[in-house]
Ligand binder design. Structure first.
Ligand code: MD6
Ligand code: FE
Length: 219
């Protein structure tokens, strides 16, 4: 282990475990780190049935982030718009069942973040290769906006941008690392957010990729 690596570990251990971004939005540092390998193993099964693909935006652009879903509902984008669908448009089949380990991690994180009765029915899986990014957007395709979103970061670190409910409000930047989990709802539910282009790197668990799982109540 290099000196720098152990300094990272030490500083990470010293950082506050919970960071409030705005009222209703918290980062739980490392919340999913211990269970990460189990989540990624389950993800292999999900991807065997519903492979990652680059969806098209309503404006006709290919998204740089590759996506898939599990759960009763999956988030999709195409020329007709953004929405949730019960079937994977690639196969015409229902999305893979959400693995119990996913569901339980999301519920535990929501409870830790102040939302004790969260039961997700949709998990969107985002995969970033170097250069992939997500431009600032609001999440508002879900019918019950009292339900939070739980977002789990795995693999390479990414710079997350987080702003206010209007596009013109300034964005703060935070680094999300392997296992970091963001829970947000309430007053933050409509805040703009995005991910800056992923930097090159090599992560011991995911290689040259970042994986993000976002759990929602979409039905
Ligand atoms: C990502 N996340 O971290 C993209 N949306 O890859 C999101 O767009 C997101 O992390 C709503 C709530 C939490 C999120
Ligand atoms: Fe989002």
């Amino acid at each position: 282990m290099t000196g720098q690596r152990s300094l990272f570990e030490e500083l990470r251990g010293a950082a506050p475990a919970t960071l409030e971004l705005r009222p209703g939005a918290v980062v739980l540092r490392g919340f999913a780190r211990a269970g990460a390998s189990a989540l990624l193993e389950e993800l292999d099964g999900v991807c065997a049935a519903a492979p990652f693909r680059h969806m098209e935006t309503p404006g006709g652009l290919r998204m740089s982030v590759a996506m898939t879903n599990c759960g009763t509902l999956g988030w999709i984008s195409d020329r007709r718009g953004y929405r949730y669908a019960r079937e994977d448009p690639l196969s015409g089949q229902p999305w893979p069942v959400m693995p119990p380990a996913f569901r339980s991690l999301a519920s535990r994180a929501a409870t830790a973040g102040g939302y004790p009765r969260f039961v997700p029915d949709a998990c969107l899986v985002n995969r970033y290769a170097p250069g992939a990014r997500l431009t600032p957007h609001q999440d508002k395709n879900e019918p019950d906006l009292d339900q939070p979103i739980v977002s789990v970061s795995l693999g390479l670190p990414a710079v997350f941008q987080f702003g206010g409910p209007r596009r013109t409000q300034p964005l703060v930047r935070i680094l999300l690392e392997h296992g970091d989990t963001v829970v947000w709802g309430g007053a933050s539910r409509h805040c703009y957010h995005g991910v800056l282009p992923l930097q090159d790197g090599e992560h011991p668990v995911t290689g040259q990729r970042r994986i993000n799982l976002t759990f929602r109540r979409a039905g």
